[in-house]
Design a protein around this ligand. Structure first.
Ligand SMILES: C[S@@+](CC[C@H](N)C(=O)[O-])C[C@H]1O[C@@H](n2cnc3c(N)ncnc32)[C@H](O)[C@@H]1O
Length: 208
């Protein structure tokens, strides 16, 4: 966009672009939290230590499709793309259209697909993109504050969409979501990352 087109853009778009330039991804994330605190559930993105720890159990050679729920401003997206095979895909799903627009604009990688929608619809989203199943699903969703019934629906859909041997990688700020997870995943590995705001509880649920 040249300077004349930029000057003609509606005021809210100009203000948003200026905020993005001034505050970067953290500003977009914080704005998302202010607009939808219950759905976002955190005020700062995950730390690098959390990212490395959560992804440490992925077998990248056996990963054709990696799905992420609630990417926010994409804290995990580039680290996942850095590890992903060249012929594999990353599909991210978020209910917040501002985050999806931001990600689609800032991540220029042909393996990356950003979908505006709910994680509860993961099976149809995966099918629409030509896959039968996902190898790994990563979630930063705030399970404990999601609307009634949404958490169980997402857990059940995730269990169905994973291939046998695949895993659901979940990072949360409390261990409460593990009780819900254990209804759908019988083998759960447990971890904890203190260098995160707030410290982070990690669960890897394996599909039998
Ligand atoms: C804690 S933030 C994620 C933070 C980010 N992944 C990180 O590592 O910094 C939670 C995200 O989940 C999204 N979200 C909430 N409910 C959702 C749902 N049902 N399906 C997909 N995304 C959802 C929110 O819009 C928000 O982007």
């Amino acid at each position: 966009m040249n300077s004349t087109q930029a000057a003609r853009a509606p005021l809210h778009q100009r203000v948003r672009r200026k905020a993005e330039r001034m505050f970067g991804p953290a500003g977009i994330f914080f704005k998302g939290f202010v607009k939808h605190p219950v759905m976002v559930g955190a005020i700062v993105p995950s730390s690098r230590r959390t990212i490395a720890r959560v992804l440490s159990k992925v077998d990248w050679e056996r990963c054709d499709l990696f799905v992420e729920y609630g990417p926010g401003v994409g804290t995990f997206c580039q680290p996942v793309l850095d590890r992903l095979r060249r012929d594999a895909r990353l599909i991210v799903i978020d209910t917040n259209p501002d985050f999806i627009t931001y990600l689609a604009r800032t991540i220029g990688d042909s393996r990356f697909i950003a979908v505006h929608g709910s994680a509860a619809d993961v099976e149809s989203i995966v099918r629409q993109h030509g896959y039968d199943h996902a190898d790994y699903v990563l979630s930063g969703l705030p399970f404990t504050t999601l609307p009634e019934g949404v958490g169980p629906a997402i857990m059940a859909a995730t269990q169905r969409v994973l291939r046998p041997g695949g895993a659901f990688l979940v990072y949360q700020y409390t261990a409460r979501a593990r009780a819900l997870m254990s209804r759908y995943f019988h083998r759960i590995d447990k971890g904890f990352e203190p260098i995160n705001v707030p410290p982070c509880v990690i669960s890897w649920g394996w599909k039998d």
